[in-house]
Design a protein around this ligand. Structure first.
Ligand SMILES: C[S@@+](CC[C@H](N)C(=O)[O-])C[C@H]1O[C@@H](n2cnc3c(N)ncnc32)[C@H](O)[C@@H]1O
Length: 250
């Protein structure tokens, strides 16, 4: 396999993370808000896991992995550049954030996830959402592009019957899923369009949950919209059903 070429001198890097730069006090306020949300959501996660103590060890494994190596600081490592080359994505599409258990449990319940269902998280990060799916008794599988996220937690998640694999979500096999989840906040319109084409390989009736934006394409019927808490703030969550014969909404 060929190695990724270094950027040409003076060339503009494609990450453009400076676009997200904030003035000092705004940044400080945002950081405080994130810390507050982190404390709140971790406490509620722990309380919920008292009902499913078997999931507590895999969940704490995610915390432990985070203490050793934070997923929140994006690094342009060799492996990351290589992964982006294979998918044709931009560095900023890897911006990290997680879905708290309470949030995931709420929208999964609304989407009808439970025993006998199979949830696939597309862009699963370190698998926090998959723990919520197991909490409800569903099968849980995640696919994540960045191998480092996966290798740090996958063996611990496996003990709870969760599979988390390295791969490109736009090529994932979706035929046996009853529910899909994607936190696609950072994806470019091009990547979203490829993912939507992949959604079309699902069985009719599959429920698809997206964060921030709905699926705006023929065959995906929005069922409900909810405002929910994530690790970085409040976002809209959309629940859709795949009905291939339905025209796009105006
Ligand atoms: C915002 S995080 C969401 C993590 C998790 N789903 C949650 O909500 O807790 C989005 C994840 O999608 C991953 N990702 C981006 N492009 C991907 C691709 N083509 N295939 C698989 N994962 C991808 C990123 O690396 C990142 O970990």
């Amino acid at each position: 396999m060929t190695e990724p070429a270094p950027p040409a001198p003076g060339a503009k890097r494609d990450d453009d993370l400076e676009e997200f730069a904030l003035p000092f006090f705004q940044l400080l306020a945002l950081r405080l808000q994130v810390v507050l949300f982190a404390i709140l959501t971790r406490l509620t996660d722990l309380l919920l896991l008292l009902w499913r103590p078997r999931l507590l060890v895999p969940y704490l494994g995610i915390w432990w992995a985070e203490i050793l190596h934070t997923p929140y600081r994006a690094r342009r490592t060799f492996e990351v550049v290589r992964a982006l080359k294979t998918t044709g994505q931009r560095f900023r599409e890897l911006i990290y954030g997680e879905t708290p258990l309470m949030t995931a449990l709420w929208f999964f319940k609304r989407a009808g996830l439970g025993r006998g269902s199979r949830l696939v998280d597309l862009g699963a990060g370190r698998g926090r959402v998959l723990i919520a799916a197991r909490w409800l008794g569903a099968e849980a599988h995640g696919v994540e592009l960045i191998a480092d996220h996966v290798t740090r937690v996958a063996p611990r998640l496996q003990a709870a019957g969760i599979t988390l694999t390295v791969g490109d979500m736009t090529r994932e096999e979706l035929g046996d899923a009853t529910h899909l989840f994607t936190n696609w906040l950072a994806l470019t319109p091009e990547t979203k369009a490829r993912l939507i084409e992949r959604f079309r390989t699902c069985r009719p009736g599959t429920r698809i949950i997206t964060v921030t934006r709905p699926i705006e394409a023929k065959g995906f019927v929005p069922l409900s919209k909810h405002w929910m808490l994530f690790t970085w703030g409040i976002e809209a969550v959309w629940i859709h059903e795949y009905r291939p014969e339905t025209p796009a909404l105006p």
